[in-house]
Design a protein around this ligand. Structure first.
Ligand SMILES: NC(=O)c1ccc[n+]([C@@H]2O[C@H](COP(=O)([O-])OP(=O)(O)OC[C@H]3O[C@@H](n4cnc5c(N)ncnc54)[C@H](OP(=O)(O)O)[C@@H]3O)[C@@H](O)[C@H]2O)c1
Length: 272
């Protein structure tokens, strides 16, 4: 290990954003341990097998990194899955599964890394939430809820661990062109469902938005920049201008007015 080389534990390294983050960090002298369920070789990170829905595998992954490096300087909680479906028709088992991966697994991993960072008296934790976490998006409500929860965890954790010289940063991406749709938990819909037409149309819109999204390298570069800041902000929204504007609009516009804008955007009938 070269002197001052920081050890990074990055989840979801085999996916679009994770791979880009690993690339930018390895090019900038970070040593990256990258996790995924399907371990993949990649010159930018050392692959580590980990399933966020399995606490034993989380424990094993952390122990593996510690056995090699004896420290973890940076934890990037990036892994996550997308999910679509109406609130009414998404099965509770699926709701639990999405929370298991996007939230509970991320908390479990953070709990395993925090004692290490506290004993080092330093550490940085970056949680990848989503701009979709600022509001409940139609047919993505469960996903939005998990990402909203990630933001709240980032805030609370930051307050708790700041005294131990551990910085917590929430990074909320807008749309990025990755394969997230392939791993998405999709609630199937019956043609007779009252949501059928809206759901089908909006699914296509969601896919188009991801396809037209920013290149993952934009995020990788940004994360590298954030890690180099002496005083990083608590949250960063990264996306095109309108997506970065959304959190501010939510704060200043009346709730029903914003809701009307959302329904107009997605073409859902709205009764004033
Ligand atoms: N793409 C976007 O537009 C966008 C926008 C906002 C936020 N985000 C967030 O950014 C993060 C990365 O998304 P992405 O677009 O790069 O998605 P992606 O291409 O689908 O990659 C997801 C990564 O998470 C891993 N993963 C999935 N389920 C897992 C599990 N149960 N345990 C451990 N690892 C698991 C995947 O590897 P394996 O399948 O091999 O386990 C993969 O490496 C996610 O948290 C996502 O919610 C993405």
């Amino acid at each position: 290990m070269s002197q001052n080389q920081k050890i990074v534990l990055l989840t979801g390294a085999s996916g679009g954003l994770g791979t880009a983050i690993a690339r930018h960090l390895s090019q900038n002298n970070y040593k990256v341990y990258g996790t995924s369920r399907h371990k993949q070789a990649n010159g930018d990170y050392i692959p580590v097998s980990m399933d966020l829905s399995d606490e034993k595998s989380i424990d094993k992954a952390v122990k593996f990194v510690l056995s090699k490096e004896n420290r973890i300087d940076i934890l990037i909680n990036n892994a996550g899955i997308g999910a679509t479906g109406s609130i009414e028709e998404t099965k509770i088992d699926d709701v639990k599964k999405i929370f298991e991966i996007n939230l509970f697994g991320m908390i479990a991993l953070t709990q395993k890394v925090l004692p290490v960072m506290r004993s080092q008296k330093s550490g940085i934790i970056i949680n990848i939430s989503s701009i979709a976490g600022y509001t409940g998006l139609p047919f993505r409500g469960i996903y939005s809820a998990t990402k909203s929860a990630v933001m709240r965890i980032s805030e609370a954790l930051s307050s708790e661990v700041n005294q131990f010289n551990i910085r917590v940063i929430d990074v909320a991406p807008g749309d990025f062109k990755t394969n997230i749709a392939a791993g998405r938990l999709y609630t199937a819909i019956d043609e007779n469902s009252p949501y059928y037409t809206d759901y089908k149309r909006i699914l296509q819109m969601i896919d188009d938005e991801v396809d037209k999204g920013l290149a993952p390298d934009v995020l990788g570069k940004k994360i590298n920049g954030i890690l180099r800041k002496k005083h990083p902000k608590l949250r960063y929204n990264i996306g095109v201008f309108l997506q970065r504007l959304t959190p501010y609009l939510i704060c200043i516009l009346p709730g029903r007015f914003f809701e009307k804008l959302i329904n107009k955007h997605y073409g859902i009938k709205y009764k004033p």
